[in-house]
Design a protein around this ligand. Sequence first.
Ligand code: HMG
Ligand code: MG
Length: 296
Amino acid sequence: SLPKTVTIIEVGPRDGLQNEKRLVSTGDKLAFIKALQQAGIEEMELTSFVSPKWVPQMADSKEIVASANKIGRQFVLTPNERGIGAAREAGADALAVFVGVSDSFNKKNINKTTAESMAALKPLILQLKEDGIFIRACISTAFYCPFEGAVKTADTIHLCQQFVDWGVDELSVADTIGMANPAESYTLFKQLKEKFPETLLTAHFHDTRKMALANIFAALQAGVDRFDTSAGGLGGCPFAPGATGNVATEDVVNMLHRMDIPTGIDLNLLYSAIEKIEPHVSNPINTGMYTLYKNR
Ligand code: HMG
Ligand code: MG
C-alpha cells in the first residue's frame, strides 16, 4: 500500500538556484523562501556553505540563514569542516552533507575521492550527532555517474550503511543526472527501506529524461514518503554535465493530491512563490502545472 501522507523537502533555494548563472539578490531569495514557507513547505534546503569560487550563487549563505524564518526543518548544505563551522555560527541547526558514490563525480564536485570525503566527514558527523544536530546525508550518483556510467547498487548501499552507522538522521538518495528508470527506482528504494528502517529515507530525482514522476511513483510503492523537489523545476549540479532541473514541486504535489495523498502544501500559494522567483532566473519556467496556471 502507498504512504498515507508525504513530506516534501523543497530544494529550490539551494539546488534550484546554485546552477543559475544570473546572480539572484539576497532579498529576492529571501522573498522566495518566505513565499514557499507560506505555501506550507516545512522542510527546505535554504542554501549551501561552499566555496564562492566554485558556486558564486551561494556566496550569501550567511545572510540567508541569519534572515530566513526557521519554521520546521531548514537545512543548509555543507561539504567540509569550514562550511559546517560557518553554518552553525550563522544559526543553522539542521545540516546536509553530500558525497557521490562514484569517485569521478565526487572529485569534480568536491575535489576528493569518495573515500577521502568519508574519512574527513566521519569525525565531523560523530561530533555533530553528539551536539544534537540533525544530519541529512545526500548521496549523489546513487544510480548513474556522468563520467563512469552505471553505479553498482552495492556501492550505493555501502555508502548509506556508513552514514547510518555514524547515526545520521536522514538519507537523501539522488539520481543526480536524471537517468534512473522506475524499475531501478523501485529496486534500490525497496532495498534501502528494508536495510535502514530506522533512518528517514528521501528520494531526490532530477528530471533530465522526464522519468522523475514515474520514479517517484515507483519509490512510493517501495514505501518512500519523503521527496526532494524544486519549485518551478529549477536546479542541477554545476559539476554534473548533462543534468537538468529537479522534479518540479508543483507537479509532484499535484500528482500526490490527485492520488489523495496529502502534503500540506497549497498549490495556489506555491504558484505565487514561483512567480516571485521567475523574473530573476534566466529562463521562463514551464513545468506542467505552472504552465497550466500561467495560461489559466
Ligand atoms: P578545494 O579547492 O579543494 O578546497 O575545494 P580548498 O580547501 O583548497 O578551498 C578552496 C577555497 O575555498 C579556499 O579559498 C577556501 O578557503 C574556500 P581561497 O583560499 O582560495 O580564497 N573554502 C570555502 N569557502 C566557503 N565555504 C566553505 C569552504 N571550503 C573551502 N565551506 C570545496 C573544495 C569543497 C570547497 C569545493 O570543491 C566546493 O565548494 N564544492 C562545492 C560543490 C557544490 O556546491 N556542488 C553542488 C552541491 S551538491 C549537489 O548539487 C548534488 C545534490 O543536489 C544531490 C544530487 O542531485 O546528486 C546534493
Ligand atoms: Mg540535486
